[in-house]
Design a protein around this ligand. Structure first.
Ligand code: TNX
Length: 464
């Protein structure tokens, strides 16, 4: 990390590695790496490119498949000209259903950098736990960060059984700053997500006045979708969310804030006099338009803070805020619609990038369902064919989502993430014409050794 960057034109004394910042690479994340007999030279248009050149260099040196002795290491002679296809290359981690210590976040960020990923989407709030300290609303972490019990087994097994064990945790403001700082050194943007209007039970338990009934809602200690959501009629809801988001904006320098928007049942809104009055006052014809009103209002607030919003593809329903970006999770349809309307889109279609799905049909730990092996991840077409040529620039990338209902500890998270994330990383970085699964699979043998060297718990493929 203390490496000196020698700018072009500052003399040509001999050195083992030279780094030159130049305009010859047009993509700021791109680089040229040349390993010759006596010299390793790196050329890049920005520090990001230099950083990725070093990731490649580290990749060439490790694992121990090449000779390392007495402080000496062999680096193969290569010439690499490299840059990414997409600017958004991400991992999402749900820390609400299960909580993961800051130290694990650092480990995950390190692994992201190794895979040249640049966006960490931190899913900080959901029904089962509020995980970020907010000074203005201390009950969020005093109450909302804790639950009295957690579902045992799979959510489809009824009657539901609970473990009776209190569970929880949260990140302090200092923890958040530490993660943001650590990420910035790895050229990773941190995207915070504050869920609304649904997936809000932990917030409602902390501040019951924000529900439609305005009284205590029951805890939601199993998985799935709760009918209790933020009241869209009461002004208090907006005061609260603006207070929360103001602190979030202050803590996270990234230009985007994720406001959730997914899976918001409208039953309570339908029965709530405040929500119905809001609809009448604003000429909203149904509850979908009320959700759209909600999201647009929050978008306008965040814009006033200089931020952009991104949400799950449900934010398209009832009319989308003009400046909003969309995460297409229910397949590609939402992404196609949004991009063709001129919105930026991050592809996260569940059947290709939901890393909570099973990785093989045999001997796997309990998972939510689905089947998503390495090959399937590798087959993701980031750019759907249905996007018109002039709108292709709106598909800005993709990310894998890690929902943690069934992952109780960080080793299990690692097992679900690795090696599948390597497939996504390659798909996001490479020219589609170069993608070749059999070749990738062969190269993964070295990647597994790199995971071993870093103490990463990955799924070992079956022998063939
Ligand atoms: C749907 S994807 C959800 C999450 C769940 C996930 C489980 C999305 C925006 N919402 O709340 O954890 O499925 O796969």
């Amino acid at each position: 990390s203390d490496f000196q960057i020698r700018k072009a034109g500052m003399g040509n004394e001999p050195s083992a590695i030279t780094v030159t910042l130049s305009d010859s690479t047009t993509n700021p994340e791109g680089y040229r790496l040349t390993v010759g007999k006596n010299l390793i030279s790196i050329e890049a248009g920005s520090e990001k490119g230099v950083f990725y050149a070093f990731q490649t260099l580290i990749q060439l040196i490790y694992p121990g498949s090449r000779q390392i002795s007495k402080g000496k290491t062999a680096v193969p002679c290569v010439s690499v000209i490299d840059d990414p296809q997409y600017i958004w290359r991400g991992i999402h981690l749900d820390v609400s259903r299960h909580f993961f210590q800051k130290e694990f976040i650092f480990k995950l960020l390190d692994a992201m950098a190794m895979h040249k990923l640049n966006t960490f989407h931190w899913h900080l709030t959901d029904d089962q736990g509020w995980r970020i300290e907010i000074l203005k609303y201390p009950e969020l972490t005093a109450k909302g960060a804790w639950r009295d019990e957690t579902l045992i087994g799979h959510g489809s097994e009824t009657p539901w059984k609970y473990d009776g064990i209190r569970y929880g945790g949260f990140y302090t403001r200092q923890d958040v700053r530490d993660v943001v700082e650590y990420s910035s050194r790895l050229h990773i943007n941190v995207l915070p997500e504050i869920e609304m209007p649904g997936h809000a039970v932990a917030a409602l338990i902390s501040y019951p006045g924000l529900s439609c009934e305005g009284s205590q809602v029951p805890p939601f200690n199993r998985w799935g979708v709760s009918g209790d959501v933020f009241c869209a009629g009461k002004e208090d809801t907006f005061t609260f969310l603006e207070g929360v988001l103001s602190e979030v904006c202050e803590l996270f320098p990234y230009e985007y804030i994720h406001i959730g928007g997914d899976e918001c049942p409208k039953v309570k809104w339908h029965e709530c006099p405040d929500c119905q009055k809001r609809m009448a006052d604003n000429n909203l014809k149904d509850e979908s338009e009320l959700q759209s009103y909600f999201v647009k209002r929050i978008a306008a607030f965040l814009e006033s803070k200089g931020k952009k919003i991104i949400g799950w593809d449900e934010i398209l329903e009832g009319g989308i805020a003009e400046s909003a970006a969309v995460m297409s999770w229910r397949g590609s349809a939402g992404g196609i619609e949004a991009a063709n309307k001129g919105h930026d889109v991050v592809m996260t279609p569940h059947s290709f990038v939901y890393l909570d799905y099973y990785q093989s049909p045999y001997n796997e730990p309990l998972s939510i369902g689905g089947m998503l092996d390495l090959k399937k991840v590798y087959s993701l077409l980031v750019m759907p064919e249905e996007i018109t040529a002039d709108m292709r620039r709106h598909i800005i990338g993709a990310q894998a989502n890690i929902w943690t209902e069934y992952m109780t500890d960080s080793r299990h998270v690692e097992y679900m993430v690795f090696p599948r994330i390597a497939a996504l990383a390659e798909v996001l970085w490479s020219d589609p014409a170069d993608l070749d699964y059999e070749n990738f699979k062969m190269r993964m043998n070295e990647q597994y050794a790199r995971y071993d060297a870093r103490g990463i718990n990955y799924r070992v493929p079956y022998p063939e």
